[in-house]
Design a binder for this molecule. Structure first.
Ligand SMILES: Cc1cc2nc3c(=O)[nH]c(=O)nc-3n(C[C@H](O)[C@H](O)[C@H](O)COP(=O)(O)O)c2cc1C
Length: 316
């Protein structure tokens, strides 16, 4: 099979990718999605300062398994020196590439000049990418938005990062304030693809398998990145919409996911962090409120699976 595209010299097989998502795209969930067809694993973003001063605590976010390759570590900060230092600190962990978050809209982050806030300072972006490309041995990539509210400068930023030597751009077709209620602007993805010669990943409001083809056709992007619609539906990476997935498949995958969470985090935290996924896995099913509440209070794996069996018996 020939690669779909390359990130510098790294071959990527496939054109649908799980988006980095704080609180969701951890090792257990990423590797499930990767197994089902997601073509790249992106870690949740990690703050550069944490990777310099408190590597031990933050580095759990950067754990991965070999099967996830290509693996991208995503980092953010407002400061060029910190970003370069953090990237050099994590490079020995052997990511396939390092991704710079220029899309986070959260006020505390963006207002400090990091995340989406970085798009307001194009000269700093140029300095940052030039230094990263010069000092790192691994490719550097960018995840951007359309811009900062009334300053829509994704074309400028895309050109800057490409010229500085970046190897890929993922673009979420929204401005910082382009609230989730408004549809993502796929034209901005198409324009970015037209502008640059490095691969472009399109992102924003892909909800179904049909949307994947629609975005590809509309924008010509090299791959499609899926965030919210992949929570509770990792099967989207295998070309299945949620309504095509049987309860047996849901049950089997939930059990696998729970096992993976417990193996990675230990039983208590693993079950705790699994709860938000359960709600999403079961959301399309006609389960009663009572069952959902019970699922959220089970403390160990056996109790959890017994309850799932009960739900199943009530469905058939
Ligand atoms: C819960 C949540 C956490 C997110 N965390 C990150 C993150 O750590 N890094 C990042 O680049 N984007 C993050 N995003 C943005 C997504 O990667 C993606 O760009 C956005 O959700 C739009 O894609 P979608 O319409 O498919 O959801 C997050 C989004 C959500 C919903």
């Amino acid at each position: 099979m020939s690669p779909t595209f390359y990130v510098d010299k790294i071959p990527v097989y496939g054109d649908v990718i799980l988006a980095p998502m704080m609180g969701f795209s951890d090792l257990p969930y990423r590797s499930l999605c990767r197994e089902l067809g997601s073509a790249i694993s992106y870690t949740e973003f990690a703050r550069a300062e944490g990777l310099i001063h408190n590597m031990k605590r933050v580095s759990e976010k950067l754990e991965y398994i070999e099967e996830e390759r290509p693996i991208a570590f995503q980092i953010y900060t407002h400061d060029v020196d910190y970003m370069v230092k953090a990237a050099l600190n994590i490079q020995p962990l052997r990511p396939d590439f390092i991704d710079i978050n220029m899309g986070c809209p959260t006020k505390t982050i963006a207002n400090s000049g990091a995340g989406a806030g970085m798009m307001r300072t194009p000269i700093k972006v140029a300095r940052l990418f030039k230094r990263l490309v010069k000092e790192l041995d691994v490719p550097v990539t960018a995840k951007i938005r359309m811009g900062w509210d009334d300053c829509i400068n994704y074309k400028l930023i895309s050109r800057i990062v490409e010229e500085a030597g970046a190897s890929l751009i993922a673009i979420h077709g929204r401005t910082r304030e382009g609230g989730r209620e408004r549809d993502a602007n796929w034209d901005s993805i198409a324009e970015t693809k037209q502008l640059v010669n490095i691969p472009v990943i399109g992102n924003g409001d892909v909800k179904t398998v049909a949307d994947i083809a629609k975005m590809k056709k509309h924008t010509g992007c090299d791959a499609v990145m899926i965030g919210r619609a992949a929570i509770g539906n990792p099967w989207i990476f295998s070309g299945k919409d949620r309504n095509e997935v049987t309860f047996e498949e849901v049950q089997a995958l939930m059990s696998k996911h729970l096992d993976a969470n417990i193996a990675f985090y230990g039983e208590k935290l693993g079950i705790n962090l699994f709860r938000k996924h359960v709600v999403q896995y079961l959301s399309p099913l006609p389960t009663t409120r009572r069952y959902r509440r019970d699922l959220l209070t089970r403390e160990n794996k056996e109790e959890f699976l017994v309850l799932l069996d009960q739900i199943y018996e009530n469905l058939v």
